[in-house]
Design a protein around this ligand. Structure first.
Ligand SMILES: NC(=O)c1ccc[n+]([C@@H]2O[C@H](COP(=O)([O-])OP(=O)(O)OC[C@H]3O[C@@H](n4cnc5c(N)ncnc54)[C@H](OP(=O)(O)O)[C@@H]3O)[C@@H](O)[C@H]2O)c1
Length: 323
């Protein structure tokens, strides 16, 4: 277990992504994934009110509803750290006080709980004063509906401004950020947000930890088509020199440890400064079984370095492909 900075939230070092529940996974299989995660010692589950409004026939709230049904069926709500988000649901978007007040009640109802452990703003809302959003979130903490707050999809400067505003106004600060971050996409976090995390002691829970499935190794240049709704985005990485070098490094290290490339990709993230728990989703218990070892795998400094080098490959310095 690891602790989110400035909080008492002890979390398993792999956060389970809930966006697939009600999207690519029905309720029965979602329960199977959640059961397998809990059986492995997992306690940190991520969702959002807007999941999965993009799927045909959905309106949002499907993922929270499935997680809520599962929590109610299994009991022991107190064993889990439940994270959800506000701000991107169609019809309830942005971070005004009105939206925050309404959205939290809807999330609590769907999750079948009376508190949310970590409540993220899903995306920055430059149209609403930070003072208004932070005061609304602070009121939820005071009312016992939320334990801690975090920010997703926020730039470094805006995170810094939010933390300064919280200090100035005496409201609760963001304790965690949730940016996209993985071996293929490093700049948004490392270039902008990480320095603020360093200065202010904010924890990072990186999403797209598997680059939407690419880092499992199932997409290969010239390889067979992968039947997945994520194949366009994830498959595109396979055609890049960097993608090939990263897979080569993951394959080598995974073979040395007798584990899956996905576990190595998660272990690399876990080794980065400020990362408390990479955030990844699974469609089946079998997929999850490949990810769980990533929560405990410790890479040597040389292994971390070789992944660093591979992930900085550019078209100019790639080696010739030998097949
Ligand atoms: N804050 C935000 O704006 C934001 C945005 C996106 C996501 N998130 C959060 O982050 C979580 C993770 O992101 P994500 O699910 O989009 O991307 P991800 O974790 O990088 O990729 C997960 C996908 O990879 C595939 N996969 C996983 N394990 C596998 C295995 N062992 N073998 C083969 N394929 C495997 C599955 O897709 P297929 O089997 O369908 O190919 C799975 O859905 C989400 O669930 C959500 O909670 C947050």
């Amino acid at each position: 277990m690891t602790t989110i900075a400035h909080s008492e939230l002890d979390v398993f070092p792999l956060c389970l992504g809930g966006s697939v529940f009600g999207w690519t996974v029905d309720e029965r299989t979602s329960f199977g994934v959640l059961d397998a995660y809990a059986a492995a010692g997992g306690n940190f589950i991520d969702t959002a009110d807007s999941y999965s409004q993009w799927a045909p026939g959905n309106t949002g709230g499907e993922s929270e509803t499935i997680i809520g049904n599962w929590l109610a069926a299994r009991g022991r709500r107190d064993r889990f750290v439940i994270a959800t988000k506000v701000g991107r649901l169609n019809g309830l978007s942005g971070l005004t006080e009105k939206v925050v007040r309404q959205a939290v009640e809807d999330s609590l109802r769907r999750l079948r709980t009376d508190y949310i452990d970590l409540y993220y703003t899903h995306a920055d809302d430059p149209g609403t004063p930070l003072e208004e959003t932070l005061a609304a979130l602070d009121a939820l903490i005071a009312a016992g509906k939320v334990r801690h707050i975090g920010a997703s999809n926020i730039s470094g400067p805006r995170l810094a401004e939010s933390l300064e505003t919280a200090k100035r106004t005496g409201t609760a600060p963001y304790v965690a950020v949730q940016p996209p971050y993985n071996l293929m996409e490093r700049e948004p976090f490392e270039g902008g947000i990480a320095p603020v995390c360093e200065r202010e002691g904010v924890s990072c829970v990186p999403y797209f930890a598997l680059a939407q499935g690419f880092l499992t190794g199932k997409y290969r240049a010239g390889g067979p088509a992968v039947p997945s709704v994520r194949s366009t985005a994830a498959g595109a990485y396979a055609e890049t020199p960097r993608g090939r070098e990263v897979l080569r490094a993951l394959d080598t290290i995974a073979a040395e440890h007798g584990t899956a490339p996905a576990a190595v990709a998660l272990a690399w993230l876990k080794a980065q400064p400020h990362v408390v728990a990479p955030l990844a989703s699974s469609r089946t218990p079998e997929q999850l079984a490949e990810l769980i070892p990533g929560a405990s795998l410790e890479l040597s400094p040389a292994e971390v370095r070789s992944l660093d080098v591979a992930s900085r490959t550019t078209a100019a310095d790639t080696r010739p492909q030998l097949g």
